[in-house]
Design a protein around this ligand. Structure first.
Ligand code: PEP
Ligand code: MG
Length: 542
């Protein structure tokens, strides 16, 4: 029995088999070799294995997402047959007498740099594919398994760390819990865990070499503890706790269909946050009044090229149709910082959280933005859709957005495509936006306060830096005053203001938020009924 403590990201208790995920970005060492033929043969076996893996991935993707999206796996298979690429690897092994892993990694880097430097956009995008197939070959050479969650039974995922793109690709039905060595509680991986309703622990000081896939574990998010190979007593205790939790959840079910109204009659909207079309099921299941934040950037993660207008349109349309008239607020692309996507070729930055992200990318690379706006405006015809822009710091940014919106409208008119320009709001998640919220309120239809970034920028605490979790005071007076100021300025201009950051789900603050006049709280679907309970049991006046 091995017991470790960590920080809880989502409370809950689970027991089941462990699946250890080893990252594929492990260091590749340069080794001198004696037998070049043997190394070349190893490359051959790795390529063969990669072809089989890609064939399997293709077949699965065709069934799940259709031929167009699956085509990328065919492209990868073709790339693995490319003679220039393979010759370069063989040549390096023979002339420098180096190991296959090193030759593949260096050749992969060289080729992807070459593609990234090309003028043609299609060729540029292939840089990420080359890196992908090279990583796959290195993994095969190192004997690491390509873990296919979909063919395995539901498991507790144990890893060094997980990036948002790794997390987003996982089949949620197959994950019982997450346990990671690193990670910060405000990261997007943590947010995804909350969204998926999955118990998660981070900062767990475990030695991954001592933990094997197939072991049993109990993850207790209430105690912030994970036990590997628990004894019979621990297993019994965990089963009992799981039953108790189930009962509490059942009790919350009785609140479905009820209003979010305090004992003294004040109402508030409780909406849900989502990251994909697949999450709408959780929203409906938990009886949220609408979707207050659809993080659309997740459509761009975990893939090799930009989602086309049609693909985005279908996704947005599906969400508004499934919500059948209830409000759906879709946030435009917020890529950058911890949400990195190779095909954007954003480059390395010293300070990514304060760098090239979100609306800044959209305003500078407006083609990407225009495609998304076209898809959103077309989807707005099919339901109650609102658009929201992230990371706003100035009036000028909003004006530039409106110029782009106008030209997208003109283009859609010219194309004769049905569309509607929906309600447009902004996220208030920088101190600058709070301070000029009186001016911004005149320009937009609503505010949604992003407390995750607002806290990071106000307290000067990188939300990704796990060392700073102890300094991260989510209840800091400065943040609460900023929320109050934003709400007051919105109301003065006759607009509404909500909170869609994680703080909105903190039941200790629900009363304060209601008293401040916050109009909407948008939270992880699993928190909707808990907040409804808190609202229904409180009075705004003492
Ligand atoms: C926020 O910053 O509070 C927010 C909701 O956006 P994200 O967490 O996606 O940055
Ligand atoms: Mg944010």
């Amino acid at each position: 029995m091995m017991r470790f403590s960590g920080k809880t990201v989502y409370k809950g208790i689970q027991m089941g088999p462990v699946l250890v995920l080893k990252g594929n970005d492990s260091q590749v060492k340069r080794d001198k070799i004696q037998d070049a033929d043997a190394e070349v043969e190893r490359v051959g076996h790795a390529v063969e294995k990669a072809q089989q893996q890609l064939k399997k991935l293709y077949d699965k993707a065709v069934k799940e997402v259709g031929e167009t999206s699956a085509a990328i796996f065919e492209v990868h298979q073709m790339m693995l047959e490319d003679e220039d690429y393979l010759d370069a690897i063989h040549n390096m092994i023979r002339t420098e007498m180096v190991n296959a892993e090193y030759a593949v990694a260096v050749t992969g880097d060289n080729f992807s740099e070459m593609f990234a430097g090309m003028d043609d956009d299609y060729m540029k995008a292939r840089a990420a594919d080359i890196r992908d197939i090279s990583n796959r070959l290195v993994q095969n050479l190192q004997g690491k398994e390509d873990i296919d969650l979909n063919s395995s039974e539901p498991a507790i995922i144990v890893a060094e760390d997980l990036s948002p793109s790794e997390t987003v690709q996982m089949d949620k039905e197959k994950i019982l819990a997450f346990v990671t060595v690193h990670g910060s509680s405000n990261s997007h991986t943590a947010i995804l865990a909350r969204m998926m309703n999955i118990p998660a622990l981070i900062g767990v000081p475990m030695d991954l070499d001592a933990i094997q896939s197939g072991m049993t574990a109990v993850v207790d998010g209430f105690k912030g503890e994970v036990i590997f190979e628990p004894d019979e007593r621990e297993c019994e205790a965990a089963k009992k706790r799981m039953e108790e939790e189930q009962e509490k959840l059942q009790l919350l079910q009785s609140l479905k269909g009820k209003e979010n109204i305090t004992l003294d009659g004040k109402k508030i909207n409780i909406f849900a946050n989502i990251g994909s079309v697949g999450d709408v099921g959780y929203v409906l299941e938990n009886d949220a009044g609408g979707i207050g934040l659809f993080r659309s950037e997740f459509l761009y993660l975990g893939r090799d090229s930009f989602p086309a207008e049609e693909e985005q349109f279908q996704a947005y349309k599906q969400v508004v149709q499934m919500m059948a008239g209830k409000k759906v607020i879709i946030r435009t692309l917020d890529i950058g910082a911890d949400k990195q996507v190779e095909y954007f070729n954003l480059g390395k930055e010293d300070n990514p959280a304060m760098g090239y992200r979100a609306i800044r990318i959209c305003l500078k690379q407006s083609e990407i933005f225009r495609t998304q706006l076209r898809a959103l405006f077309r989807a707005a015809v099919f339901g109650n859709l609102s658009v929201m822009y992230p990371m706003i710091t100035s009036v000028e940014e909003v004006q530039k957005i409106y110029e782009i919106v106008d030209s997208v409208k003109a283009e859609l008119d010219g194309d004769g495509v049905p569309y509607k320009v929906p309600e447009q709001g902004i996220m208030i998640e920088t101190p600058a936006a709070v301070m000029i919220s009186d001016e911004l309120a005149e320009l937009v239809d609503f505010f949604s306060i992003g407390t995750n970034d607002l806290t990071q920028y106000t307290l000067a605490i990188d939300r990704q830096n796990e060392k700073l979790d102890e300094f991260y005071n989510a209840h800091h007076k400065a943040i609460l005053r900023m929320i109050r100021m934003t709400v007051e300025n919105a109301h003065k201009a006759g607009k509404w203001a909500g909170i869609c950051g994680e703080l909105g789900a903190d039941p200790e603050l629900t009363r304060e938020f209601v008293r401040m006049g916050v109009d909407e709280l948008s939270v992880a679907p699993s928190m909707v009924l808990r907040l409804r309970k808190a609202v229904r049991e409180m009075k705004t006046e003492d």
